[in-house]
Design a protein around this ligand. Structure first.
Ligand code: FPP
Length: 255
């Protein structure tokens, strides 16, 4: 079954709304917990998958906005290790969304110099999902603009356990010594190796929790919550988040 997605047509209108952002002081790395798709659909007496389908439009909007604001990394929580508990029909639908998104938008991502990457247990994803994403990662690997990082089959505790096991293997194999293990070395064993920690975390839908997302990496991140449901997320909401971030004083435990 093919899924028809009503993608945004009027690009110019959307982008012109971001012109007031101070682009000198934008966060390097923005991470988003895209929440509220199910409630958005329920409010309209639609099946939950209609909310996810509409949520893809918000992904398109936020990628364009992040690109325009010179943000370096955009990490989107698209599927957690806990999301496997959902009904099979919903999981199957979610697993097809990368293909629907990339089929339409890969040319635009190439044109915008966007590189695609994932964090999470990639190998456990269905083959068709992996193949689509692998193709996009190969195609965009030399792009050096915005890094669009999808957290897919991602769970922070799973990531930390995975890192600990690998460290123990490397200690046993004399590849590293326990004495050399510090925060920087540990970070290299995480899925996010090589990425700076998020500067700003956005969560939509009014929930104020982390849901097993980037627990290590969010130690000094600024959090911004909004009641807006993910399918209603817009450039204006993104702009509001960035502007409020720009007012924050980050002290990292100092004074
Ligand atoms: C949480 O809302 C959302 C998800 C588990 C899926 C998020 C996925 C997308 C927005 C699309 C991803 C797009 C690509 C291209 C990979 P929920 O379903 O838990 O909402 P609820 O709390 O209202 O039920």
């Amino acid at each position: 079954m093919s899924i028809r997605l009503p993608f945004i047509k009027n690009k110019q209108k959307e982008l012109s709304q971001l012109t007031t952002i101070d682009k000198e002081n934008t966060p390097d790395h923005v991470a988003i917990i895209m929440d509220g798709n199910g409630r958005w659909a329920k409010q309209r007496s639609l099946p939950r998958i209609a909310g996810h389908k509409e949520g893809v439009n918000s992904v398109v909007k936020v990628v364009r906005a992040a690109h325009q604001c010179n943000i370096k990394v955009l990490t989107l929580y698209a599927f957690s290790t806990e999301n496997w508990k959902r009904p099979k029909k919903e999981i199957d639908f979610l697993m097809k969304l990368p293909k629907e998104f990339l089929h339409v938008h890969l040319p635009e991502l190439m044109e915008k110099n966007v590189r695609i990457q994932t964090i999470g247990d990639f190998e456990a994803l269905p083959k068709h999902t992996k193949d689509t994403i692998q193709h996009a990662m190969n195609k965009t690997k030399n792009n050096d603009g915005l890094l669009l990082n999808f957290a897919l089959n991602y769970g922070s505790r799973d990531e930390i356990m995975h890192a600990i096991k690998k460290i123990m293997e490397d200690v046993n194999g004399a590849k590293i010594s326990i004495d050399s293990l510090d925060e920087q070395v540990f970070s290299k064993y995480l899925y996010t190796r090589g990425l700076s920690d998020p500067d700003l975390l956005i969560r939509t839908s009014g929930e104020q929790r982390l849901s097993n997302f980037l627990l290590w990496q969010l130690a000094y991140t600024e959090f911004w919550f909004t009641d807006v449901l993910w399918p209603d997320f817009s450039e204006e909401v993104f702009q509001q988040a960035i502007e409020e971030y720009q007012q924050r004083q980050r002290r990292y435990g100092g004074i």
